[in-house]
Structures are given as C-alpha cells and as structure tokens.
Design a protein around this ligand. Structure first.
Ligand code: SF4
Length: 326
C-alpha cells in the first residue's frame, strides 16, 4: 500500500483507528465523555427478564453507578452533567463534553421520559452530543424515531451490547436475545441513519479461533460506526463468578487476548472507529483475570502488546479486510 492509499490515521503512525483521533477530527478540539446514570432498568433483569447476563454487575463497570450508590440517591441528569463539567473545567476550560448514558439499558422507558432525559442532558452549553448504551431488544421503532429526531439537533451515537455473534454463546451468557435480534435492530437503526456502535467480548469460553474469525468477518460486513472490544472478566456478585470458582470457566491469557484483538482488528474496515480494546472494571470487585488487577497499568499494557503484535505481523487495522474483499 502506498502512502497515498493509507488511511489518515495510518499516515499519522497509528496501527488502528483510535477513538481519540476520531473525536479530534469530528469536533476540532478536546472532547471528553461524561457518564450519567438515569436509573433505567434492564429488561433482562427486571421482573420479566431472565435474571441478567451471567457476567453482569453494573456497579463493576460503571463509576457513576458506584457514585450513586455511595450517595444513596440518584441525582437528576442536569446535576450529574453540570457537576462533572464544573470539575472538568478546572483542568481543561476548552473541553467539550459528550454525555454517555452508560449503565443498564438506556432506551428502556416510555418515549416521553426518554425525550426528557436526553434533552436535559444536551441542554448544557458545553455538551456537544449524546451516547446512549442499550441492548438490541430494547430499541423499538418509537425510540428510534426519537433518536432520529435528536440526531438532527445534536451529535448522537447508539451503543448496542452484542458480545457475540454466536447464539450458543449468547445463550450461555444468558443475554436474553439472539444474533438475529441484533441484525434486525441494526437494519432498523441503519434505515434511520443513526450512528451506532457495538460491544463485543473476545475470548469467550467455548469459542474457538474459527468462531472468533467468523465474529470479526461478520461484524466487518455490517454498517457499524465503531466497535468496543472487551476481555471477559469475573466480578463479585455474578453468576459467572460461581462458574469460575467451580472451575468451569477458563479465561484467555494476556498474550492470547492481545492476539485475538489483532486478529479482529486486521479484519475490520480501515475507517471503522475503535472505541476501546480492553474492558474497564472496578479494581474492588474484580476477581479475574489477574493481569487486569491494576487497570490503569493494564490498559496501557494491552495497547502496547497489541501494537507489538501488529508490528510483529507487519500488519494494521483493515489489512485482511482488504485482502478478503479482493
Ligand atoms: S444487558 Fe447489560 S445491564 Fe442488562 S444484564 Fe446484561 S450486562 Fe447487565
């Protein structure tokens, strides 16, 4: 590939298209996500649900939910937004903010309530957009129509938790939806031109190399804006913690996980934004893997190891995506 044919992120010396670079391009200045908790329930947990995903402990992956539990009260959205921005402004007055409705299922409420929550979030003058995390079975057309309206007023991104494209794995994880539900949702979202990203877990028990590659190839072929990759981790107060302690769950080693990330990224389109390549968990609730026990150090270790693996293969994001197209 000549310099001229390389995507701009590669010309800058990167080996995959990082979220930070995308934000700088998109917004022309510093932008940061702030997480808010609307306290909405997850349909996989609430009374009609199936008991929740086996790995789920929303406290473990959400600082904002930990904060609300400590204060024993959920602050209104405008207050959550303004407090975080006030704090952020002390360090970086120029920064703008994306409000991320993060924990649980943030489209699981009547449309008028959702409209109020989202509009409250974007009413702060330093907020330039919204990110909304949800599940593929919780995006009815009425909600998508609302998001489509909002996308006319602000930068908007929907994040869909998928985790695996393999139905056996989804059943084992107790996700409460299958891959076909995701595909149907993806089609309805795309029809409305709503930007959306997907969350996946790499290295799930029971998935072999062929299945991991199949995941990468299927995801590569979908009209997705960005991908968030996670490693599987075990937290206290989860079903998977019981399985792990009884020896039924094996986690990939650090080196294997980093190889899976590279296998995946090599097969993605060059202009797909890579939101993250490793999970972010609370150190207090984490049981395994050991290599994630100091998350600040571990995240950088993963980035360094993934970079080294790309260099060892003389590879980069999209290298095999282009080959498979030829
Ligand atoms: S969909 Fe999300 S919030 Fe709901 S049980 Fe699964 S991980 Fe937890």
């Amino acid at each position: 590939m000549t310099m001229k044919e390389q995507p701009f992120w590669q010309q800058k010396g990167d080996l995959f298209y990082r979220l930070g670079l995308f934000y700088r391009q998109e917004f022309g200045g510093p932008v940061r996500k702030i997480c808010v908790d609307a306290g909405l329930p997850c349909p996989n947990v609430s009374p009609n649900g199936q008991g929740g995903c086996i790995f789920c402990n929303t406290v473990s992956f959400s600082q904002i939910r930990r904060n609300s539990l400590q204060k024993d009260v959920l602050q209104p959205i405008p207050r959550q937004v303004s407090e975080q921005i006030r704090h952020g402004k002390r360090h970086s007055p120029q920064t703008k903010y994306l409000v991320y409705f993060q924990p649980s299922t943030n489209t699981n409420a009547p449309v008028e309530r959702l409209r109020r929550l989202y509009e409250e979030a974007i009413s702060h003058p330093d907020v330039v957009g919204l990110i909304i995390g949800t599940r593929p079975d919780a995006v009815p057309d009425t909600v998508l129509d609302l998001l489509s309206d909002l996308a006319e007023k602000t930068w908007l991104m929907l994040e869909i938790g998928l985790q695996s494209v393999h139905n056996d794995t989804l059943r084992w994880l107790n996700r409460g939806h299958d891959y076909q539900t995701f595909l149907a949702a993806a089609e309805r979202i795309s029809l409305r031109n709503i930007r959306f990203g997907v969350h996946l877990i790499l290295g799930l028990p029971g998935e072999d190399q062929a299945e991991r590659i199949e995941t990468a190839v299927r995801i590569a072929g979908l009209p997705i804006h960005s991908v968030k990759l996670h490693h599987l981790y075990i937290c206290e107060n989860t079903k998977i913690a019981e399985y792990y302690r009884s020896g039924c769950v094996e986690l990939p080693s650090f080196a294997d996980y980093c190889r899976y990330v590279v296998d995946f990224l090599e097969r993605q389109p060059p202009m797909r934004v890579i939101d993250r390549i490793v999970s972010d968990t609370s150190d207090e609730t984490l049981i395994a893997p050991d290599w994630m026990k100091n998350r600040a150090i571990s995240k950088n270790r993963v980035i360094d190891a993934v970079t080294a693996e790309f260099r060892r293969r003389d590879s980069y994001q999209g290298k095999l995506f282009q080959r498979e197209k030829e």
